[in-house]
Design a protein around this ligand. Sequence first.
Ligand code: BTN
Length: 239
Amino acid sequence: MTEYRLKETDSTNEYAKRIAKTQTEDALIIAEKQTAGKGRMGRTFHSENGGIYMSLLLHPEKNENPINITAMAAVAVARAIENTAERKAYIKWVNDIFVFGKKVCGILCEGAYGTEKNTFSYVVLGIGVNVFMPKGGFPEDIKDVAGALYETETAGVKERLIKEILCEFFAIYKNGREYMPEYKSRSNILGKEIKYTQNGKEFSGVAKDITDQGCLVIENESGKTIKNSGEIKIVNNFN
Ligand code: BTN
């Protein structure tokens, strides 16, 4: 797999999409810093030095849905954090990793659908981990939610974590290691009251289950709702 190591780029996901036009092989892009880090729902992802910003350009052989790849990556990152930082890692549906009640990692998976073969011609899996606390702390708008794995910078930590993430991810993605039961058992929302939006309206309910396809089952007085994407908020979450 070709590896691109960059001091700085706009976004490793965008970089991967640019090279996807000519590169048919899988690739790994890692940047020390992003100037336009992208989050889900059109948000930005804070990406100064001290974090891991990496994207995998993948060409799935079978008709793999990006939602599954996201879940595989979430389990892989959670395992990698535990193997290296020895901190218990939880998954907030769909794809955020929480440690000590703070978000330390976000995952953004983007796919390009090829109508010719009716499958994804490529998938870009972007992973951002807040490894070290930013020098001046996190910006005001995210400081209550965002956290880092370590207070101060130590040499070699980022590299070890990158290796572990890749090793755990490919054990699932290529070798078919089971991941859904673990995805569920690491959930920090099951059994909790949550808020979610549907067609622009806000609803609440209890997060009951996560299906084998990674969909969230929510229950409230109107019955069951199954969501395959979106964003939820935990009600009365004091973390
Ligand atoms: C989210 O939390 O909303 C998802 C954040 C994903 C961030 C990663 S960092 C590497 C890759 N490049 C990007 O621009 N975004 C993803």
